[in-house]
Ligand binder design. Sequence first.
Ligand SMILES: C[S@@+](CC[C@H](N)C(=O)[O-])C[C@H]1O[C@@H](n2cnc3c(N)ncnc32)[C@H](O)[C@@H]1O
Length: 173
Amino acid sequence: MVRRFVKEGGTCIDATAGRGYDTAFLCSLVGDGGKVLAFDIQQEALDSTARLLKERGLKATLLHASHADLAQYVQPESVDCVMFNLGYLPKGDHSVYTRFESTAKGIESGLYALKKGGLISVCVYYGGDSGYEERDALIPYLRSLDDSKYQVLMTTFLNWKKDPPFPVFIIKL
Ligand SMILES: C[S@@+](CC[C@H](N)C(=O)[O-])C[C@H]1O[C@@H](n2cnc3c(N)ncnc32)[C@H](O)[C@@H]1O
Protein backbone atom coordinates (compact mmCIF):
# COMPACT_ATOMS: atom_id res chain seq x y z
CA MET A 1 0.00 0.00 0.00
CA VAL A 2 2.77 2.44 1.00
CA ARG A 3 4.66 1.69 -2.21
CA ARG A 4 1.68 2.96 -4.21
CA PHE A 5 1.76 6.36 -2.48
CA VAL A 6 5.50 7.03 -2.31
CA LYS A 7 7.59 7.90 -5.35
CA GLU A 8 11.29 8.68 -5.80
CA GLY A 9 12.07 12.17 -4.57
CA GLY A 10 9.16 12.11 -2.11
CA THR A 11 9.01 13.10 1.57
CA CYS A 12 8.03 10.62 4.29
CA ILE A 13 7.82 10.41 8.04
CA ASP A 14 8.39 7.35 10.18
CA ALA A 15 6.51 8.36 13.35
CA THR A 16 7.84 5.35 15.34
CA ALA A 17 11.40 4.57 14.25
CA GLY A 18 11.98 1.59 16.60
CA ARG A 19 14.65 -0.69 15.12
CA GLY A 20 14.60 1.29 11.87
CA TYR A 21 13.13 -1.21 9.42
CA ASP A 22 10.30 1.09 8.33
CA THR A 23 12.65 4.09 8.17
CA ALA A 24 14.96 2.08 5.90
CA PHE A 25 12.00 0.96 3.78
CA LEU A 26 10.82 4.57 3.32
CA CYS A 27 14.39 5.71 2.50
CA SER A 28 14.62 3.03 -0.19
CA LEU A 29 11.36 4.26 -1.74
CA VAL A 30 12.23 7.99 -1.87
CA GLY A 31 15.84 7.40 -3.01
CA ASP A 32 18.71 9.89 -2.83
CA GLY A 33 16.58 12.82 -3.95
CA GLY A 34 13.93 12.26 -1.26
CA LYS A 35 13.62 13.03 2.42
CA VAL A 36 12.71 10.88 5.45
CA LEU A 37 12.21 12.12 9.03
CA ALA A 38 12.07 9.47 11.77
CA PHE A 39 10.79 10.08 15.31
CA ASP A 40 11.26 8.07 18.48
CA ILE A 41 11.21 8.92 22.17
CA GLN A 42 13.89 6.32 23.00
CA GLN A 43 17.57 6.90 22.29
CA GLU A 44 18.05 3.11 22.02
CA ALA A 45 15.61 3.07 19.10
CA LEU A 46 17.34 5.96 17.33
CA ASP A 47 20.75 4.30 17.81
CA SER A 48 19.39 1.06 16.32
CA THR A 49 17.88 2.97 13.41
CA ALA A 50 21.13 4.86 12.79
CA ARG A 51 23.07 1.55 12.73
CA LEU A 52 20.66 -0.06 10.26
CA LEU A 53 20.72 2.96 7.95
CA LYS A 54 24.53 3.01 8.02
CA GLU A 55 24.69 -0.71 7.21
CA ARG A 56 22.40 -0.17 4.24
CA GLY A 57 23.98 3.10 3.05
CA LEU A 58 20.77 5.09 3.61
CA LYS A 59 20.12 8.53 5.12
CA ALA A 60 17.28 9.96 7.22
CA THR A 61 16.86 12.76 9.75
CA LEU A 62 16.50 11.10 13.16
CA LEU A 63 14.60 13.06 15.80
CA HIS A 64 14.58 12.30 19.52
CA ALA A 65 11.05 13.65 19.92
CA SER A 66 7.46 12.54 20.24
CA HIS A 67 5.40 12.25 17.09
CA ALA A 68 2.83 14.34 19.00
CA ASP A 69 5.10 17.31 18.10
CA LEU A 70 5.53 16.31 14.46
CA ALA A 71 3.89 19.51 13.13
CA GLN A 72 6.84 21.55 14.46
CA TYR A 73 9.18 19.82 12.00
CA VAL A 74 7.28 19.97 8.69
CA GLN A 75 5.39 22.35 6.45
CA PRO A 76 1.67 21.77 5.90
CA GLU A 77 0.75 19.61 2.88
CA SER A 78 4.39 18.68 2.18
CA VAL A 79 4.51 14.96 3.05
CA ASP A 80 3.56 11.92 0.93
CA CYS A 81 3.34 9.30 3.65
CA VAL A 82 3.44 9.02 7.45
CA MET A 83 3.89 5.57 9.02
CA PHE A 84 3.00 4.62 12.58
CA ASN A 85 3.87 1.15 13.87
CA LEU A 86 2.36 1.18 17.34
CA GLY A 87 3.45 -0.73 20.41
CA TYR A 88 6.82 -1.16 22.12
CA LEU A 89 10.36 -1.38 20.82
CA PRO A 90 10.97 -4.99 19.67
CA LYS A 91 13.43 -6.62 22.10
CA GLY A 92 13.26 -3.41 24.15
CA ASP A 93 11.60 -2.07 27.28
CA HIS A 94 7.96 -3.22 27.36
CA SER A 95 7.01 -0.42 29.75
CA VAL A 96 7.56 2.20 27.03
CA TYR A 97 4.90 1.95 24.35
CA THR A 98 2.71 4.18 22.24
CA ARG A 99 -0.30 5.73 23.98
CA PHE A 100 -3.56 6.93 22.52
CA GLU A 101 -3.16 10.61 23.50
CA SER A 102 0.19 11.10 21.75
CA THR A 103 -0.73 8.80 18.85
CA ALA A 104 -3.93 10.81 18.20
CA LYS A 105 -1.95 14.09 18.31
CA GLY A 106 0.59 12.53 15.95
CA ILE A 107 -2.14 11.47 13.52
CA GLU A 108 -3.71 14.98 13.70
CA SER A 109 -0.30 16.50 12.94
CA GLY A 110 0.31 13.91 10.23
CA LEU A 111 -2.97 14.88 8.56
CA TYR A 112 -1.86 18.53 8.64
CA ALA A 113 1.53 17.62 7.17
CA LEU A 114 0.13 15.31 4.48
CA LYS A 115 -0.28 16.39 0.85
CA LYS A 116 -3.71 15.92 -0.66
CA GLY A 117 -3.68 12.35 -1.99
CA GLY A 118 -1.14 11.32 0.66
CA LEU A 119 -1.31 8.35 3.04
CA ILE A 120 -1.03 7.73 6.76
CA SER A 121 -0.54 4.08 7.61
CA VAL A 122 -1.05 2.98 11.20
CA CYS A 123 -0.28 -0.59 12.17
CA VAL A 124 -2.11 -1.18 15.44
CA TYR A 125 -0.32 -3.74 17.61
CA TYR A 126 -1.97 -4.93 20.81
CA GLY A 127 -1.81 -8.09 22.87
CA GLY A 128 0.36 -9.57 25.60
CA ASP A 129 0.97 -6.85 28.17
CA SER A 130 -0.14 -3.67 26.36
CA GLY A 131 -1.97 -1.94 23.56
CA TYR A 132 -5.61 -2.75 24.35
CA GLU A 133 -6.49 0.71 25.69
CA GLU A 134 -4.85 2.43 22.74
CA ARG A 135 -6.69 0.15 20.28
CA ASP A 136 -10.03 0.73 22.00
CA ALA A 137 -9.62 4.52 21.96
CA LEU A 138 -8.22 4.68 18.43
CA ILE A 139 -11.14 3.03 16.66
CA PRO A 140 -13.78 5.64 17.68
CA TYR A 141 -11.24 8.41 17.04
CA LEU A 142 -10.57 7.13 13.49
CA ARG A 143 -14.30 6.68 12.93
CA SER A 144 -14.81 10.35 13.82
CA LEU A 145 -12.50 11.72 11.07
CA ASP A 146 -14.41 13.89 8.60
CA ASP A 147 -15.42 11.69 5.65
CA SER A 148 -15.45 14.66 3.29
CA LYS A 149 -11.69 15.11 3.93
CA TYR A 150 -10.36 11.63 4.66
CA GLN A 151 -10.93 8.06 3.59
CA VAL A 152 -10.23 5.68 6.49
CA LEU A 153 -9.75 1.96 5.81
CA MET A 154 -9.30 -0.62 8.55
CA THR A 155 -8.10 -4.10 7.62
CA THR A 156 -7.93 -7.41 9.48
CA PHE A 157 -5.84 -10.58 9.33
CA LEU A 158 -8.85 -12.83 9.81
CA ASN A 159 -7.06 -16.18 10.13
CA TRP A 160 -4.06 -15.08 12.22
CA LYS A 161 -3.85 -16.67 15.68
CA LYS A 162 -3.70 -14.75 18.97
CA ASP A 163 -3.91 -10.94 18.63
CA PRO A 164 -3.04 -9.99 15.05
CA PRO A 165 -2.13 -6.33 14.43
CA PHE A 166 -4.51 -4.46 12.18
CA PRO A 167 -3.36 -2.00 9.55
CA VAL A 168 -5.31 1.24 9.13
CA PHE A 169 -4.90 3.50 6.11
CA ILE A 170 -5.98 7.16 6.07
CA ILE A 171 -5.99 8.86 2.69
CA LYS A 172 -6.24 12.67 2.55
CA LEU A 173 -8.74 13.53 -0.16
C1 LIG B 1 6.63 -1.16 17.37
S1 LIG B 1 7.97 -0.05 17.60
C2 LIG B 1 8.26 0.53 15.96
C3 LIG B 1 8.90 -0.48 15.05
C4 LIG B 1 9.70 0.16 13.93
N1 LIG B 1 8.90 0.90 13.00
C5 LIG B 1 10.64 -0.79 13.23
O1 LIG B 1 10.66 -0.86 11.98
O2 LIG B 1 11.40 -1.48 13.93
C6 LIG B 1 7.22 1.35 18.37
C7 LIG B 1 8.19 2.47 18.71
O3 LIG B 1 7.41 3.64 19.04
C8 LIG B 1 8.16 4.40 19.94
N2 LIG B 1 7.28 5.40 20.57
C9 LIG B 1 6.44 5.25 21.62
N3 LIG B 1 5.79 6.42 21.86
C10 LIG B 1 6.26 7.32 20.95
C11 LIG B 1 5.98 8.70 20.70
N4 LIG B 1 5.09 9.37 21.42
N5 LIG B 1 6.65 9.31 19.69
C12 LIG B 1 7.56 8.62 18.92
N6 LIG B 1 7.86 7.31 19.12
C13 LIG B 1 7.21 6.67 20.12
C14 LIG B 1 8.74 3.37 20.89
O4 LIG B 1 9.85 3.90 21.57
C15 LIG B 1 9.09 2.23 19.91
O5 LIG B 1 10.44 2.29 19.53
